[in-house]
Design a protein around this ligand. Structure first.
Ligand SMILES: Cc1cc2nc3c(=O)[nH]c(=O)nc-3n(C[C@H](O)[C@H](O)[C@H](O)COP(=O)(O)OP(=O)(O)OC[C@H]3O[C@@H](n4cnc5c(N)ncnc54)[C@H](O)[C@@H]3O)c2cc1C
Length: 240
């Protein structure tokens, strides 16, 4: 896997839409027959949205593994008044547009010689899904935690997939935490940053990767520093 891949334009067809609730959807974008895109897990694609004879470009982390050759998966949260997210919500299966990829340096080293703590809220799960789907089947032996925070327990993107991976890979641990739980929820509650203190008070041999909106990243970073994670062992990708 090359460290630097030149970005290219791709014509894609919207081949499937999955609704996760909480105004969050997965969009599957299929390449033209015979074309495939190379990228490193954690990188993002730029979606080219046509608007009034011009274009608007927006970054979206790639949620699928590079092993999925024929299509890309993006997970998008609708933003009130947002130009590109509202355009996404107007699209239907079969619609065509352009994307450019890959971009970004939010990637893991290869080989990986530390335990990994992934921390995400909302669509910040995307780059970690790509990394997890890529590295676990390749026999990664280090411990991997996915600490994921969201409001509602019945709207966790890829929840059953994470549970399945936990069963298959003993080194993978999934910690969902719900900020607006119902009485039926028996798992963790509250914000992700509070779980850093609870589960990762020993930073030895671990590195932490955080993805989502700025407010959460700030809080999670502060929590990690407080637990003794050195700054250079904390990486993040900020969406806003
Ligand atoms: C590297 C990178 C990767 C990203 N990956 C993803 C991803 O995987 N999924 C995803 O949904 N988004 C992702 N984003 C955010 C995405 O690029 C857009 O900014 C977002 O979808 C809003 O675009 P828009 O055109 O609808 O809103 P805009 O028209 O740009 O914004 C409308 C208003 O909403 C505010 N706003 C902008 N973005 C957000 C936001 N995310 N939450 C709340 N308010 C906002 C703006 O300040 C503005 O006032 C990523 C951003 C970066 C930089």
């Amino acid at each position: 896997m090359s460290e630097k891949i030149a970005p290219q334009y791709f014509d894609v067809t919207l081949s499937a839409i999955t609704d996760f609730g909480n105004e969050t959807r997965q969009f599957e974008l299929s390449f033209e027959p015979g074309r495939t895109a190379e990228f490193i897990p954690g990188q993002f694609a730029v979606v080219i949205c046509p608007k009034d004879g011009k274009v608007i470009r927006r970054a979206y982390s790639i949620a699928s593994s590079p092993d999925r050759k024929e299509a890309l998966e993006l997970i998008v949260k609708l933003v009130q008044g947002g130009a590109v997210t509202n355009w996404f919500w107007s699209l239907k299966q079969g619609d065509r547009f352009r994307v450019q990829l890959p971009f970004g340096k939010f990637i893991l080293p290869n080989p990986i010689d530390f335990d990994i703590v992934f921390v995400a809220t909302g669509t910040g799960i995307a780059p970690f899904r790509s990394m997890i789907q890529y590295f676990l089947p390749r026999g990664l032996q280090r411990k991997v935690w996915l600490l994921f925070g969201t409001r509602y327990a019945d709207m966790i993107p890829y929840h059953s997939e994470w549970l399945e991976l936990e069963k298959r890979y003993p080194n993978f641990c999934y910690i969902p935490t719900i900020s607006r739980p119902t009485a039926a929820w028996k798992g963790e509650t509250g914000y992700v940053q509070t779980k850093i203190e609870k589960f990762f008070s020993d930073p030895a041999g671990k590195r932490i990767y955080i993805c989502g909106l700025n407010e959460m990243i700030q809080a999670a970073q502060e929590a990690a520093l407080k637990q003794g994670f050195p700054k250079e062992h904390i990486s993040y990708e900020k969406y806003d």
